[in-house]
Design a protein around this ligand. Structure first.
Ligand code: ASP
Length: 338
């Protein structure tokens, strides 16, 4: 019988209304189990691991990512797949982080959650949970169909490090603007195998070290030197620069000097675009040529979530600066197209 480990971290899926405050608060897995009797009808051997405390995902931390990765490592041989129940707010960060932490993953790790608690009549939680389990259990040629970290939400399966939460109200909460979906659930479950990562030929390696010392600078017309310096002169090790269009910035002398100083001080600057769709192309316009010349790294079409977690992961590995630069511009887990 297919064995699946459900890892319950929290999120709306298992929340209940606290009558004293009127706010939604996390509740234990019993809440989920009681509301989905179908779980017993699935022909899988299900085991559940609940985090303590159960979280609203806005309180997610890299330490908890390391706990999840360690749990998967310890249970790896015992289960055919893993389904992580997680709040949707930071699900794309967790999925991205796990994709980098779990190198040579050969089993499905499917994150899901819901927009409405599982106890609500119109909930989206049941479908998300049941189909996520089916995806984690699907095999082809006796091997797991989706050997990667992914997000299942509202009938679609996304590569985890390509997904973003784009809507806080619709059941369709996630999108993958720069990469096709991996599967779609309709009357049948259709997998698009051309887009799914191949089975690795090496053993799983789990990376638990990370460096979260990253600054973020989102540009806007009229941004002041003071605001820019607050980030470029701060004691961070890397800066994610959210730029215009295909990676462009103002060419004002003071701005270029701020970036040059930061790079001179050993900071790594990664350029990603504010556009949801499309890629950074350094040098395409004069307004990004100088960035390329001074050593700004291209984030290509990476999501903000993938960029942050990839930096945390790479900077935690004790690599040389140039090696981090090279790997940032390379696809490690299918997170970018260059
Ligand atoms: N605030 C919730 C969380 O991320 C939202 C959700 O689960 O959709 O935990």
């Amino acid at each position: 019988m297919t064995k699946i480990l459900i890892i319950y971290t929290g999120g709306t899926i298992g929340m209940v209304n606290d009558p004293t405050t009127g706010s939604l608060v996390p509740f234990d897995f019993k809440q989920i189990r009681q509301n989905v009797p179908e779980l017993d009808r699935l022909n899988y051997d299900l085991d559940v691991y609940s985090f303590d405390p159960i979280l609203d995902s806005s309180n997610m931390t890299p330490e908890i990512w390391a706990e999840i990765a360690t749990l998967i490592k310890n249970k790896y041989e015992l289960f055919d797949g893993f389904v992580i129940l997680h709040g949707s707010d930071t699900m794309a960060f967790t999925a991205s982080a796990l994709s980098f932490m779990l190198e040579n993953l050969s089993k499905p790790v499917v994150l899901t959650g819901s927009q409405l608690p599982i106890g609500e009549i119109r909930t989206d939680a049941k479908e998300n949970l049941i189909t996520a389990l089916e995806i984690a259990a699907t095999r082809r040629d006796d091997r797991p169909m989706v050997p990667e970290v992914c997000i299942y939400f509202d009938y679609q399966l996304f590569r985890g490090n390509r997904a973003i939460k784009y809507n806080s109200e619709k059941f369709e909460a996630f999108r993958s603007p720069n990469y096709p979906i991996l599967a779609e659930a309709g009357v049948t479950l259709s997998f698009f195998s051309n887009y799914i990562l191949p089975q690795p030929d090496r053993e799983l390696v789990v990376h638990l070290n990370y460096n979260p010392n990253i600054g973020v600078l989102k540009l806007y017309p009229g941004i002041s030197e003071l605001a820019v310096r607050a980030v470029t002169a701060s004691p961070v090790d890397a800066i994610v620069l959210e730029t215009f269009g295909s990676g462009n910035t103002t060419t004002a002398g003071w701005f270029i000097d701020c970036l040059k100083e930061a790079i001179g001080n050993g900071k790594l600057i990664v350029d990603i675009t504010q556009c949801q769709r499309g890629s950074v192309e350094l040098g395409m316009y004069e307004t990004s040529k100088r960035l390329e010349q001074m050593g700004v790294v291209s984030g290509y079409d990476m999501t903000f979530e993938a960029t942050i977690t990839k930096l945390m992961y790479l900077m935690g590995q004790g690599l040389q600066h140039q090696e981090i630069v090279r790997l940032m511009e390379d696809s490690l887990r299918g997170e970018l197209t260059n």
